[in-house]
Ligand binder design. Sequence first.
Ligand code: SF4
Length: 448
Amino acid sequence: MVSNVSNTNLVPRVGFVSLGCPKATSDSERILTQLRAEGYVISPDYHQSDFVIVNTCGFIDDAVAESLEAIGEALAENGKVIVTGCLGAKSDIVRSAYPDVLAVTGPHDVDGVMAAVHAHKPRPHDPYIDLVPPQGIRLTPPHYAYLKISEGCNHRCSFCIIPGMRGDLVSRPIGDLMQEAEHLVDAGVKELLIISQDTSAYGVDVKYRTGFWHGRPIKTRMTELVDALSQLGVWVRLHYVYPYPHVDEVLPLMAQGKVLPYLDIPFQHASPRILRAMKRPAAAEKALTRIRAWREICPELVIRSTFITGFPGETEADFDELMDFIDEAQLDRVGCFTYSPVEGATANALPDHVPDDIKEERKARLMERQADISAERLAQRIGQQLTVLIDEVTPEGAIARSYAEAPEIDGVVVIESAKNLEVGQMITVRVIDSGEHDLWAECVTEHP
Ligand code: SF4
C-alpha cells in the first residue's frame, strides 16, 4: 500500500496499490496527484479506506499473477476495488477472476479512474475552494438544463468548420455525466436537454467502454446513457441525433415513457446527390423508411429538423426531392437556412453556387409547405390532454411546453385563464386551439 500523505480525518479515503514498471508508477503518481488535488485522502490501510485502487501490470504471466493476487487481497480486505493499468486493458481476465470489482480501466487512463472514483465516492466538498454549487453555474432557468455529452465531431460535413475548430469527437465519461445529471436534478431541474455535435455517436471514440454509476457498469453509448438518465425521474430530450440504425434502439424507451418521444434530427437535405456533396453522416440511410418504422414503434414521436436550401450544385430537381421528402416525412417542426459559405469550409470550393434569390425563393417555398404540415399536426392535438412544464407565468396564465416542444427553438403551449401557477411546475392541460407554431390550452389538474 502507498503510504499516507495526509493526516487529516477528511473522508473519503482511498487505498492505493501500485505495481509494475516505471511507466505504471508514473501513472500511479498522476492518479494520486489528481486524487489529492480533489481532496481525497490517501490511506495506508485497507480497513480505513472507502475503496482501493490497484494499478496493475500485465506484461508477463508472473506480473499478471501478482496483479490478480493484489486485486484478490484488496477485495478480501476491503471489498471495494477499482482496477487500472496494463492488466485493466484485458478486462475480461480481471472480471472473470473477480466479477465484483467496481471498475476496470486501462493504462494511462487517469480520467477513467477518476470517473470511477467519482461514481463511487463523489469528490469531497471544500467550502474554501468550491466556489460553485455541485450542479455548476448555469445560464438556463432552474427547471431545465443542457447536458453536453461530448465535444468535437468525427464527421467532415463540407459546409461546417466545427471539427477544424473543436477537433474530433471526445465523449465525456458516462459516470461523470450521470453525476452531473444527478446534481442538476437534485438542484431542481425537471428537464435535461442532451446536446453534442452528434448525440448518436456518443462513445464511438472510446469504443463504448464501460463506465460506472453508483457501482453499476454502464456502456458509454447513447441508448445506455438515455436508459440510465431515465432513472432520474425527469424529462430527457435528445438533440442532434442522426438517423443511424442504432437510433432505433431508443424508440422502445420512448414508447415506454422513459425518454421524451422527441427527436431533433438535422437532416439538412433529402437529395442523395446533395447529401453526398454535403458529406452528411448517415446520408445513405433511408430516412423515410426509418421515420415510418419509428412512428410504428412510437406513434406519438415528434420530429424536428433543419434544412439548407441553395447548397452548391442544388438543382431544381434536387429541391423537388427535398419538397417530396417534406411532404412524405410529415415532420412536426422545421427550421430552414439558405446556404452561406463559411470561411474554411470545403463546400466553398464546390462548383455551381446557387444565386441568392433562388436560395431565398426555395427557402420560402419550403417553409410555406412546412407551415401547413406543422399547423395540421398541431391541429390534431386539439382535445388532447398533455403534461406541460411551465416556463413563464403571465398575468393571464402561463407559457409552457409539452414533450413536443424544446425550449427556445420550438413553439409553446399558451395557458389562458389560470391562477397560482409557478415556473417549473408540471401540470396537465387540455388543448383547445392551435396555430402554426403554438397551442392554446386550459388547465386540467396539477401534478404532484
Ligand atoms: S455539421 Fe457535420 S461536421 Fe459539423 S458538427 Fe455537425 S455532424 Fe459534425
